[in-house]
Structures are given as structure tokens and as C-alpha cells.
Design a protein around this ligand. Sequence first.
Ligand code: C5P
Length: 322
Amino acid sequence: MATRVASVRAFAKLNLSLLVLGKRADGYHELRTVFQSISLSDRIQLDWTPGARWAVEATPEIDNNLAVRAAELLRDETGIRGRLKIHIEKHIPMGGGLGGGSSNAAAILLALPTLAGINLPIARLTGLATGIGSDVPFFLDGGTALALGRGEELYPLPTPKQRLAVVVTPGISVSTPEAFRALKRGPLDALTFTELSNRIKNLRGMMSALGVSLVSGSPDWREFSENDFETAVFERHPQLGEIRERLAQAGAMPARMSGSGSTLFGVFSSQKARQRALKTLDGARAVKFVSMREYRVAWLRALGEHKVGNAWPPHSRYAKSK
Ligand code: C5P
């Protein structure tokens, strides 16, 4: 059968705010985070040839490639057979807190069923995504979202009106499990109601400001941004704290670390302010916040001839039954 080809963009994310509340019985940490898709992206080319046998090949070689894992999970879940070639043109720095590997995995979960003629409901895709990594489910929807639990329980939010940012990724790789350990968080169930309430005070402020609650005279969401990993990670890598300081001096608001690092980002309220900052910051890259609508439009466009309509997740034109 003829090969079906798609070229898609796997967008990176930032954590506009990130709280680590405590350790859960399952060993993961209970999070409160606001994810934001950004325009920085990897380009993934998929070539799918339906056939009787399964084969997957990914270039270039990437250790523990989550895109391959996603393809194999789909095979196990749906019984699809054929030859899949995945080529990833990497632009999202790896191990940088931008979710590159997770985004690649979600890209396969969105694109492969469409090419292979299978329509999976979002709940099944989310189940597969959660099995790959805590922040993979976010990339099935993109945009702006509050995430609870391990990071997989998602609530869409309006995208902030300030959408211009810069990211700086120094060549430092921070191990996520180590960063969690360094926080030395106690058991979640030992948190008293008052402690919990105090911890999430800022986040409640941010939710109100983003328009979720009916609190009148909304303050500015940017004042409530925080990242619990910063103190411990900056202690270990002081140069990261210095970059955040330089971003703040260049007028970024907020100037933050994303995830467990090492990427720092800054949000700007005008092109001009961002342009000035780009000139003074070595290695800074301009990015834009991507809303959920823009995310879907980009995806549906990329899947072009292979999908029908504008349903989400995309509907395959090769599917025999709904
Ligand atoms: O879920 P994922 O495989 O991306 O997580 C990588 C590691 O990060 C986990 O093995 C765990 O050590 C840590 N983690 C955590 N709590 C979370 C998410 C990740 O402790 N909510």
C-alpha cells in the first residue's frame, strides 16, 4: 500500500508557575502547575506504510526515544501493523525543562492514528500519554492549562494576553528525578489545611487573574508566578540564577525557570522591550505563546489530506468505522 506522509510540529512548553506540594504514596510528587505551549518546536516527519508486519525506525538516534515508545504503545493498544519511519529535526533543547521528549511522544499519539486509520477517543490517548510521562497528556491539547496531580489532570485556561517571551537554555542538563529529590518534600498527607492553603495562595491569585474566577478587578497574573525548583537548582548551578537576574534586569516579567530547568524564560509586554532584551542576552531565543486554538489549527493543517473535518483529536479519513 502507498506510504502516507505527514510533517508535524511538536511544540515546547513553559511552566508559567510550578508548585511541588508533597510526596504521594505512589512516589510521585503532587503538583500545581500552569503549562503554556510556545512556538519553539521540533519538526517530525512520519512515513507510514500499512502492511502485515510491524516495524519502526527513528532517526537520528535518540536515547530512550519517547516517540518510539508512543508508537509501540499505540501498536499494543490498537493492533495496527505497518512500517513507520520517524524523523525528528530537533530544535527543542533536551533535558531543558521544555518538555521536548514529551511533546514528541504526544505528536506520535496524535499523528499515527490519523495516518493508520484509527480514531481513538481523547480518554484513551490520555491513558497512553500518562503511561509515557507525567507531562505528555498536556501536549495532546496544548495552549494554556492548569495541571494537578502528577501533572496529568488538566484544566484549560485562557492564554495570557502577554504572549512574547524569550528562552535561554544554557548547556546544563538538570535531572528531573534529582531535582525532585533535592526539594526533600515530606508526605503530601502530612500537609495541614492551613499549610496547603498558604502554599497555593499565589496560584489562586493567578487563576483569578487569568479570568477563571469572578473576582472583580483582576490583578496581573505575572505577579503570582513562582517555581519551587529555582532555589535548589540555582544553589547547584549559580549561573542559572544569574541568567534569571539578567532577564529581570532586561525587563522580563516574570523571569522564571521552566520545569526543573535548565531553561530560563522571560515574558515581555511589547516587541520593542523584547527586542532590547534579545540584544543584551547571550543565546536568548524569541518565542511566542501558542493558544489552544492555534495549537489545534497548526495540527489540523499539518495532518491535511489525512484527516476529515476539524474534530479534536483529529479524525482519520482512512478509518473504516467511527
Ligand atoms: O512522569 P515522568 O516519567 O516524566 O517523571 C520523571 C521522574 O520525575 C519520575 O520518575 C519522578 O522521579 C519525578 N516526578 C515526580 N513527580 C511528578 C512528576 C515527576 O516525582 N509529578
